[in-house]
Design a binder for this molecule. Sequence first.
Ligand SMILES: NC(=O)c1ccc[n+]([C@@H]2O[C@H](COP(=O)([O-])OP(=O)(O)OC[C@H]3O[C@@H](n4cnc5c(N)ncnc54)[C@H](OP(=O)(O)O)[C@@H]3O)[C@@H](O)[C@H]2O)c1
Length: 335
Amino acid sequence: MVKQRKYVVKKPFQGLPKKSDFEIVETELPPLKDNEILVKTEWVSVDPYLRAYNSRYPVPYDQFSYQVGVILESKSAKYPVGKRVVSHKGWCDYCILDTVPTKEFTKMVYLLPDMQGISPSVGIGAAGMPGNTAYFGLLELCKPKEGETVVVTGAAGAVGSLVGQIAKIKGCKVIGFAGSDAKVQWLEKELGFDKAFNYKTVDVNKALKEAAPKGVDCYFDNVGGEISSIIINQMNDYGRVAVCGAISAYNEDPTKIPKASILQPALVFRQLKIEGFLVWRWGERWTEGVTQLITWIKEGKLKAREHITEGFDNIFDAFVGMLNGENTGKAVVKI
Ligand SMILES: NC(=O)c1ccc[n+]([C@@H]2O[C@H](COP(=O)([O-])OP(=O)(O)OC[C@H]3O[C@@H](n4cnc5c(N)ncnc54)[C@H](OP(=O)(O)O)[C@@H]3O)[C@@H](O)[C@H]2O)c1
């Protein structure tokens, strides 16, 4: 018998999640049934959507998220013992996975692709869900062309840092906004962003006008709120906006959603296209994205920085730390 420890959300989050909103529950895992595998978790992801989706799930619920683990026991021929697997089983140290294929993203299970020597943790980062979010969101919705100006917010995070680098690969001028001077330095000096700003200390309107005097063609929006209205108001004719996330509002009271300046004049008179998306839209093309991302990482064109926290007991701190901007790159926990 294997004992599992898992995080259960027992109270709906109000504002920033609290440790007391969770309970660590210990249970004995049952014997495997046909098509099931027993997995020892190695890496767990902490992501903004865990906060954003909280209101959709009645408590108590097991805290979901992507994770990578190694197969200890198998009743599925396609999932042999010793291989690694990506699933959405979240914050637990062991789990049983049903390997019957499904289109439901919360039940998605797949063998970790050949990482070509890259850490398996990148399979839940730059070569996983956040990677595909950047890849498909930018290329399919913003459709950046060589020489165009691309702006990204949340620029030093898991998705944003990849968006900027992919835009550079496509020959664009890239401007990023992030929440600290150290992040700004990293974006400009290590990732090759043409310009980056600390949105907490600059006048965003003025800074962007100076950095993009000819206007903005593509905006990859990770944060929402007033900064996005400012950026969208500086877009060129036929500009494209991919709305990926709204982290600036995730901890806000849903009955008092923050207000931002209206966008309609810019949308109409600049004939902009603005489209929200969920990465699952490209579920059928998942492998294509992951394969390209791994190739770019191996070629040295994409840096997949991680912000690693150690220990099952520290997952909550890693989660809240990420919401507070402590991470540069993808926030993951080594179990
Ligand atoms: N649509 C999809 O399918 C999809 C998929 C994945 C992610 N997303 C979205 O993409 C965004 C980024 O996700 P990620 O996984 O890459 O996370 P991340 O950027 O690695 O981490 C979150 C970052 O958000 C920033 N942040 C926190 N509060 C903020 C605020 N009030 N205003 C502006 N920035 C704030 C912090 O950086 P700073 O220090 O810069 O503030 C923090 O590091 C999120 O909105 C997420 O929901 C969407």
